[in-house]
Ligand binder design. Structure first.
Ligand SMILES: *[C@@H]1O[C@H](CO)[C@@H](O)[C@H](O)[C@H]1NC(C)=O
Ligand SMILES: *[C@@H]1O[C@H](CO)[C@@H](O)[C@H](O)[C@H]1NC(C)=O
Ligand SMILES: *[C@@H]1O[C@H](CO)[C@@H](O)[C@H](O)[C@H]1NC(C)=O
Ligand SMILES: *[C@@H]1O[C@H](CO)[C@@H](O)[C@H](O)[C@H]1NC(C)=O
Ligand SMILES: CC(=O)N[C@H]1CO[C@H](CO)[C@@H](O)[C@@H]1O
Ligand SMILES: CC(=O)N[C@H]1CO[C@H](CO)[C@@H](O)[C@@H]1O
Length: 450
């Protein structure tokens, strides 16, 4: 065959191959969706942007935070890249603002009309010793300005307060002591939310918003469930700091009476303070028909917690992986799918940004990571179906636990010693199981001991 024919054949083959849908193509997530039947919302959390991030600085340093300082003798391959730094599944670097923008651009350009974006909080870097009112306010403002500029006015943003957002870290109390934070925060949120909602937010940081008739988002300020928040202990005869329990109960009750469905959104997941864990279990059970799902961040890990008792499972808390690479993950973006009419959750699909690759190519691309429904062979997104997945973790060589381990760090520690468990390590897998099957830290501890 003449060389020219071979070239033509190769060219045609190239065309065919480039037309084949790639497994990591982000559009794969919605290709089979009927837009008249599916509604969407996004969940991102824990960007921990570092405004002192320095390209070329020491990315693999011996300090708490890297990618800010260029002292020391380090090789070229340990230099902080444009989009972040993670090496052999390990990272002590927070996120350059640039990478936060790429995640927002990805969301903005994705061809759907989302109901909203839920931003789960923790704007500043892990340089906790640098925190001050000015420092933390700067991060709050820079990140919300960025979200406003990137997402525009056509996408609703809901934002929760994270434990790193206030100063001192983890501290928060309702009332004038934290109005220095709450006033500017409510001011930022007034771009997206009506005055009546931002006024409600100023009371204790909790707010609720009707997304569309029949669907309500309830954003709770989980600082009152933070074991490290000393304000929670200041009045030992007050069992409900920040009225977290009574407010959540009241709003759930009102929503149920109005026949609405609720998304419960916050920063710190269950396994927080024991009184809150218990109250949340009780509320999750009482309002299990009303609560569609609970969405949290904080752990920087892709995981779940199932609420269950001897009668079965009744609620699922979905914890999203982080945008920061700090503590060993690739930046993660999560898309939830809902039935457009009943608002029942249909799936969540996850995307990740490979910072190592972006750093080399000069362009950050978000790729399809996995669909929960497909990966865990879920019949639906009910607590009962998720409970079956978690029960499977205890089966020797469970395929589900292998996937759970890979996605735990949004593929950032894949195949490295930094992966959460070796799937053959029975003790470690049991810990994952106990973590996923408990809302309570005490319950998890008991379960691990068994
Ligand atoms: C830096 O490290 C390299 C490789 O370990 C070594 O060859 C070099 O002498 C070191 N330079 C300094 C100034 O310590
Ligand atoms: C402490 O909490 C109790 C119960 O909520 C309340 O009645 C009391 O006024 C509170 N005390 C102070 C000093 O705030
Ligand atoms: C990320 O990119 C690096 C460099 O191209 C590659 O070696 C690695 O396999 C990628 N990881 C994932 C999960 O995409
Ligand atoms: C699980 O599979 C691995 C190899 O894939 C094997 O070495 C190991 O013994 C298996 N464990 C059990 C408990 O079957
Ligand atoms: C780990 C890694 O890929 N580092 C590279 C990131 O990009 C910079 C340039 O922006 C290179 O110098 C690093 O080697
Ligand atoms: C308090 C609580 O939910 N405890 C549960 C923790 O998980 C184990 C294993 O599923 C259960 O047996 C406990 O009841």
């Amino acid at each position: 065959m003449p060389a020219i024919h071979i070239l033509v054949l190769l060219f045609l083959l190239q065309l065919v191959l480039s037309e084949l849908p790639r497994h990591d193509d982000p559009l794969r997530a919605i290709k089979d969706d009927d837009p008249t039947k599916v509604a969407y919302f996004w969940h991102i959390s824990d960007p921990h942007v570092d405004l002192d991030y320095k390209i070329g600085s020491h990315g693999n340093c011996p300090w708490v935070i890297c990618c800010r300082d260029s002292t020391g003798n380090y090789s070229k391959e340990d230099a902080a890249g444009k989009f972040g730094f993670i090496k052999n599944g390990q990272s002590s670097c927070d996120l350059p603002l640039e990478t936060f923008k790429t995640a927002l651009d990805f969301i903005k350009s994705y061809p759907i009309n989302p109901e909203f974006v839920f931003y789960g909080g923790d704007s500043p870097s892990h340089a906790d010793w640098e925190y001050s009112k000015e420092y933390n306010l700067k991060y709050m403002n820079v990140l919300h300005d960025t979200m406003r500029e990137s997402l525009g006015s056509s996408i609703l943003l809901l934002s929760a307060i994270g434990n790193h957002d206030t100063y001192p870290i983890d501290q928060f109390d309702a009332g004038p002591r934290f109005s220095w934070y709450m006033e500017p925060f409510a001011q930022q949120m007034s771009f997206w939310l009506p005055k009546q909602v931002t006024n409600q937010m100023k009371i204790a940081g909790h707010y609720n918003h009707l997304i569309r008739p029949g669907l309500r988002a309830l954003v709770i300020n989980t600082q009152y469930a933070d074991v490290l928040n000393f304000y929670n202990y200041k009045n030992s005869s007050n069992p409900d700091p920040g009225a977290l329990v009574s407010t959540t109960r009241q709003w759930l009750s009102e929503a149920e009476q109005a026949g609405e469905k609720v998304l419960l959104l916050g920063h710190i997941p269950p396994q927080a303070t024991e009184p809150w864990n218990k109250a949340l279990l009780q509320l999750s059970k009482q309002y299990s028909k009303t609560i569609l799902g609970q969405m949290y961040g904080h752990n920087h890990k892709d995981k779940i917690h199932i609420a269950r008792d001897e009668h079965g499972a009744y609620s699922v808390a979905y914890v999203v992986s982080a945008l920061t690479t700090f503590s060993n993950q690739f930046p993660a973006v999560r898309l939830f799918k809902m039935d457009k009419n009943t608002f029942e959750l249909l799936d969540h699909v996850n995307f990740y940004g490979n910072v190592t690759e972006a750093n080399i190519s000069g362009e950050m691309k978000y790729k399809f990571e996995y669909s929960a429904k497909e990966t865990y062979e879920l019949k639906d997104m009910s607590a009962t179906s998720w409970n079956k997945v978690v029960e499977d973790f205890l089966v020797p060589n469970s395929t589900f636990v292998k996937k759970y381990i890979d996605y735990y760090h949004s593929l950032g520690s894949l195949g490295t010693p930094h992966a959460i468990c070796n799937p053959n390590d029975v003790k470690c897998v049991r810990k994952l199981y106990c973590d996923a099957s408990n809302f309570s830290e005490d319950g998890k501890r008991d379960c691990v001991r068994k």
